[in-house]
Write a protein that binds this ligand. Structure first.
Ligand SMILES: Cc1cc2nc3c(=O)[nH]c(=O)nc-3n(C[C@H](O)[C@H](O)[C@H](O)COP(=O)(O)O)c2cc1C
Length: 496
């Protein structure tokens, strides 16, 4: 079947979605034990390429985190990122920000949260000549904070986007599937999204226009990076900067690279459902948004809620907040204020510059928010309004819905992302499934940052799919559960 008709066969996205739902029954019926001896490496390492080390001494932008999360930079004439800009947006979205030592070894944590700290998303740079960087295709390596040149020359024409910089985000199946099996394809969207939340905040602090693209020709981008697509695939793109210079023709040849990399682990387990989902949502030529390939960075249906202005009391810079961020491992059963909650919701939903419209709807379980009754709510991001669906203490239900973990039961509030998958898939085909997971990750990532900007804690969580829909029904009856973020007062570790 040609790819575009495959994209339109939405029974495939439904098959994947339904097969990867969590329920009490599915967790009991298919227990999974981690093979620690075969744990994959958390990063891609090219063994034969010289590192081009990025500068680590850039100044802080001085931009308050809440402003960086919520602001958007207008396209105001030419804006070409410099080497220092690249270093900053790569470091604060995917760089190593923390090291923890355990009895069994060391663990490196990154700027953005990631399911299981498995870091399956890789970043690549495709650029024309920039100040301090020659035109080329590069891999970003967080381990030694360096770029590695894969192809020399200006290949932006292959991607088809007229921007000085395109960041390609890929997902590596096995690195995450080692723990999460076939559900990993959803994780690609979430874990890519949290990285993009940080990247968009940093580009906004650096006054660089940026936009997220889901509409690209998969095979062209995968071939450009010379990916082994049974293992690693391009998932999303980000354009950064602005130029009016015409898009140069890509070099005529794009030979295979066959560059050696360190094997992720001794052996890999294949989960064909994820690859099938990827194939079903791949685009060849004409794309879902009409013209297929972009010639300019996309403009999206952005709405800006009037009157949102972050309070100056929370003035920590975006860099400080990203460095401070870490997923809460425990919440105190203490309330946050309504203003703090509104700030999180409002700052996170000011619009994502993307080639897809808003797709997720927000629902909340409020456990302990001063000034708001405990209960279940829906949130309208257009009007910044919370509507009570039912009042009551739902801590027990929140704990259950979050896979029986204590975190959502103890949190002050749990934000559930639900989406009308029927109309999304109808409109965008299977590609809409990628976009809805990615958007949830971006919104969730922004909520992390908006929480830590106010010295609160947050964590992403997984959930029992159909029970979430049932809990918020009848209001949510046609919606599917996509993601969950818990927010509250983070408990300090006893020995820390
Ligand atoms: C999409 C997503 C889902 C997550 N789900 C859970 C979860 O169910 N339980 C949990 O304890 N932590 C969860 N986490 C937190 C990760 O374990 C955490 O991000 C990772 O260990 C990296 O640590 P850090 O966020 O402190 O940098 C989730 C994070 C994300 C981004």
């Amino acid at each position: 079947m040609p790819s575009e008709s495959l994209n339109r066969d939405i029974t495939r996205a439904w098959a994947y979605h339904n097969a990867t739902k969590h329920s009490e029954w599915s967790i009991r019926a298919t227990p999974h034990y981690l093979d620690w001896a075969n744990q994959p490496l958390p990063m891609k390492i090219y063994t034969t390429l010289e590192p081009i080390v990025l500068p680590r001494d850039a100044d802080q932008t001085g931009i308050a985190a809440l402003s960086a999360i919520s602001a958007r930079i207008p396209d105001n004439g030419e804006r070409i990122p410099s080497l220092g800009d690249l270093a900053r947006f790569f470091f604060f979205s995917a760089g190593i920000t923390k090291k923890k030592t355990f009895p069994g070894g060391e663990m490196y944590f990154r700027a953005a949260s990631c399911t299981g700290a498995l870091y399956e998303i890789e970043l690549y740079l495709v650029c024309g000549d920039l100040p301090g960087v020659a035109a080329g295709v590069y891999h970003f390596s967080p381990g030694d904070f360096a770029l590695r040149l894969l192809r020399r020359g200006d290949y932006r024409g292959v991607v088809g986007i007229q921007a000085p910089v395109v960041v390609v985000c890929t997902g590596t199946y096995w690195r995450n599937a080692w723990k999460y099996r076939a559900r990993t394809y959803r994780h690609f969207g979430w874990d890519n999204g949290t990285i993009l939340a940080n990247m968009l905040a940093m580009t906004s602090a650096l006054e660089l226009p940026a936009a997220v693209c889901c509409n690209f020709v998969d095979s062209d981008v995968n071939r450009l990076l010379d990916l082994d697509t049974d293992r690693e695939v391009a998932f999303s793109l980000v354009t950064i900067g602005q130029t009016d210079a015409p898009l140069p023709q890509a070099p005529p040849e794009m030979p295979k690279l066959d560059l050696p990399t360190v094997p992720l682990s001794e052996s890999e387990v294949d989960y064909p459902e994820m690859r099938a989902m990827h194939e079903a949502s791949s685009l060849e030529g004409a794309g879902i948004w009409g013209t297929g390939v972009h010639t300019r960075p996309p403009k999206s249906d952005i709405k800006v809620v009037a009157g949102f202005s972050p309070r100056s009391v929370y003035s920590d810079t975006i860099e400080r907040v990203i460095i401070r961020r870490g997923s809460s491992r425990k919440f105190e059963r203490k309330p946050i204020t309504l203003e703090q909650l509104q700030t999180i919701l409002s700052a996170s939903t000011q619009g994502i510059p993307a080639d897809f419209p808003p797709l997720n709807d927000l629902y909340l379980i409020v456990n302990a928010v001063d000034g708001l009754d405990a209960g279940a709510y829906s949130y309208d991001h257009q009007t910044a309004r919370l509507d009570c669906l039912k009042r009551g203490d739902f801590r027990r239900e929140a704990r259950y819905l979050g896979l029986g973990q204590d975190l959502p039961g103890n949190a002050a509030a749990d934000v559930f992302f639900l989406a009308d998958l029927h109309s999304i898939l109808e409109r965008f085909g299977n590609r809409g499934y990628r976009a809805v997971q990615l958007e949830a990750g971006i919104l969730g990532g922004k909520m992390y940052l908006a929480s830590y900007a106010q010295r609160l804690g947050a964590t992403g969580l997984t959930f029992f799919d159909d029970d979430v829909t049932a809990f918020f029904s009848p209001h949510a009856k046609d919606r599917s559960a996509i993601f969950l973020v818990a927010i509250g007062i983070g408990a300090r570790p006893k020995n820390g």
